[in-house]
Design a protein around this ligand. Sequence first.
Ligand code: PMP
Length: 397
Amino acid sequence: MVRGEGAYLIDDTGRRYLDCVNNVAHVGHSNPRVVAALSAQATAVNTNARYLHDHLVDYAQALADRLPDPLSVCFFMNSGSEANDLAMRIARTVTGRTEMLTLAGGYHGNSQADIDVSPYKYAGPGGGGRPAHVLEAPMPDPYRGRHRGATPESGRAYAADLEALVHEPAAFISEALMSCAGQIEPPPAFLEHAFAAVRRAGGLCISDEVQIGFGRVGDAFWGFETQGVVPDLVTLGKPIGNGHPMAAVITTPEIAAAFANGMEYMSTFGGNPVSCAVGLAVLREIDDRELQRNARETGRHLLAGLRELAATSPLVGDCRGRGLFLGIELVRDRKTREPAPAEAAYIVERVRSRRVLLSTDGPDHNVIKIKPPLVFTRAHADELLDRLAQALAELAA
Ligand code: PMP
């Protein structure tokens, strides 16, 4: 790929591909406003957080304004992995404990501390298994998990599973809607009860919003809002820089004060003026172009279209998600729910040959994920639905 434009990527022969999986290019590939902000600030000066600059304060304030109280203290770094790494370091320092609680199927980044809480990696190829200081609760999957159905009863049952494991947690790290685990939306009431259990045991709650934050889920700006909770620490990455490497941890003044034990947190590039200019431009684009509303409305249209496809294709076991964070789970048999990974891979390839980009995820590799840039329109959704219908028909033939 040599160029980007809105929801499209353009390859070296000039072919245009509709990008339905790039959730980093949140406000569109090569967004002119973001590029202009980056270029203007790089032309003026780039320094680091040892020097004062208004952009740093303005960006921290802009993030704090969008988060519920008392989340208002920001730390900046360069990747989602670093953000989760720091959030867990803060939790360890503040609680004086090491125990971490995570959800089966979860992924939280590439540092050793992140891998330790990422069953997606430690339980996968090359993984060394679950570390002794980590507890793994069942994946709150209403379609395939141990408690079925998107009901508060099932949400409470998953929270009870989690509570039964908790001992002396430093923190519970989770995504309010799970990404690498296969576009899983936990049942209602799950996080409310899970957070309460963790807090009763003296632990902190970390919400990883690296993939789902910033309006993607449509109904809310943050994923955790869909579960009616307020975390103690929030981690951000991918979309906040629209491709420019930047990330953040936001926490409460109380937790930040307890973390300030003299060791200090230092990141050379985190919060530099160019990154902050980019971050501010991304937020302005989301607001001015009403991209959260677009995610909600286009997402609803797309999900309805996927459900129509499912009605005529027995291969589709489940269509799910919110806003522009959707998943299609393919099964060989709707009763046994036997995963259909080869079929999912086939569909991704067929759709790609017609210049629409998708990919698969989930522990069984049978979930087609849809998380396009938020500039995705109804016409783009119809293009995707048309290509999916063709591929499903070819598979059935
Ligand atoms: N958290 C989640 C939920 C992620 O999906 C990822 C990356 N896939 C990360 C954290 C790590 O982000 P990065 O690769 O930017 O370090």
